[in-house]
Design a protein around this ligand. Structure first.
Ligand code: SF4
Ligand code: SF4
Length: 319
């Protein structure tokens, strides 16, 4: 275990093990005051009192959705993230035999600026790309590319469900998104009857990890086995998603590491990069390009607006 800015982390991220058995959030029982705020916000009962002093703990990792709501609700700062890849990523960035690829989510560029004194929600996408390049990432690819792919796939699937509604072998309406791994685990664990309503598409990061080590590797003449893909996400549940056993369609682990916005900010600060004076830069070609529809994924209502913009001749407006 290691102390970083008051947070205890596992220094080695777990690999090749069942993510349902991992504590992605944990309680520092020496800081817990037994107020119960975490239990009140937990939708599944995964965090409970464990003794007469009302000290709380995550008692069931399989029941925990890794949503992080208990962590942000604890008034005493007693809940921390149990998994971090930060040290491993710094090592990979120094290794000349590893090609390190960045894959930041749309939302990260709306949260990162606040870590450097900016206004909450301010867009800092171009400075984020520059900071990733300065950190030493070999390819600045971007999950906005895969957000566009997702919206084309999910939108097309929705249109087909609507057009074929009521016909034999057609998946039912309404269609729900599969993008959120907390939501996915909740449905799988508590409402498996809803699974036919979930989009059959992967989340954007699920797509980009596989695309990076197949199409991206081919286009850049990089052996996929040398590639190390870093998912940069706004939430803890994405660490769970990256470790799901089925995320290996490329023939390798599609996602090698997952960090959140705060951890990226920590890495930028630790590397001594003056974020606020960075000139804006573009991502790299092949898997870095995207449309405005992908950018608005990171804002409330953005996924739905992106779906409604779907530029196909079968657009939702025509059905
Ligand atoms: S919210 Fe924090 S202090 Fe309160 S019971 Fe939960 S872990 Fe303990
Ligand atoms: S992360 Fe979410 S599901 Fe897990 S214990 Fe905390 S509030 Fe409950």
């Amino acid at each position: 275990m290691k102390q970083i800015e008051g947070v205890m982390y596992q220094t080695n991220a777990p690999k090749g093990i069942d993510p349902d058995g991992i504590y992605f959030v944990q309680v520092d029982t020496t800081k817990c005051e037994g107020c119960g705020a975490c239990e009140e916000v937990c939708a599944t009962g995964a965090i409970q009192s464990i003794n007469d002093d009302y000290i709380h703990q995550v008692v069931d990792t399989a029941a925990c959705m890794n949503c992080g709501q208990c962590l942000v609700s604890c008034p005493y700062g007693a809940i921390y993230e149990g998994v971090s890849y930060v040290d491993e990523i710094f090592e990979k960035l120094k290794d000349p035999d590893t090609v390190v690829v960045s894959m930041p989510a749309p939302a990260v560029r709306y949260g990162l600026g606040e870590c450097f004194g900016g206004a909450p929600g301010a867009y800092v996408g171009q400075q984020m790309h520059a900071a990733l390049r300065k950190l030493g990432f070999d390819y600045i690819w971007d999950n906005e590319f895969a957000a566009d792919v997702t919206i084309m796939e999910e939108g097309t699937e929705l249109i087909n469900r609507v057009k074929n509604a009521g016909k034999k072998d057609t998946l039912p309406l309404p269609q729900f998104t599969s993008c959120c791994p907390g939501w996915m685990k909740f449905v799988e664990s508590y409402h498996p009857d809803l699974l036919p309503h979930i989009s059959t598409c992967k989340s954007p990061i699920g797509m980009l990890g596989a695309l990076a080590k197949t199409y991206g590797a081919h286009e850049t003449h990089t052996p996929a086995k040398k590639m190390y893909t870093v998912s940069i996400m706004p939430c803890i549940a994405k660490k769970y998603e990256g470790l799901r056993p089925e995320m290996a369609d490329s023939g390798y682990r599609d996602i090698d590491a997952t960090i959140n916005t705060r951890e990226l900010a920590y890495m930028i600060k630790k590397a001594g990069i003056d974020f606020n004076t960075l000139p804006g830069e573009d991502p790299d070609p092949v898997l870095g390009e995207s449309t405005g529809a992908a950018t608005i994924f990171g804002t409330s209502g953005g996924v739905m607006e992106a779906a409604l913009r779907l530029p196909t001749r079968h657009s939702p407006a025509s059905i």
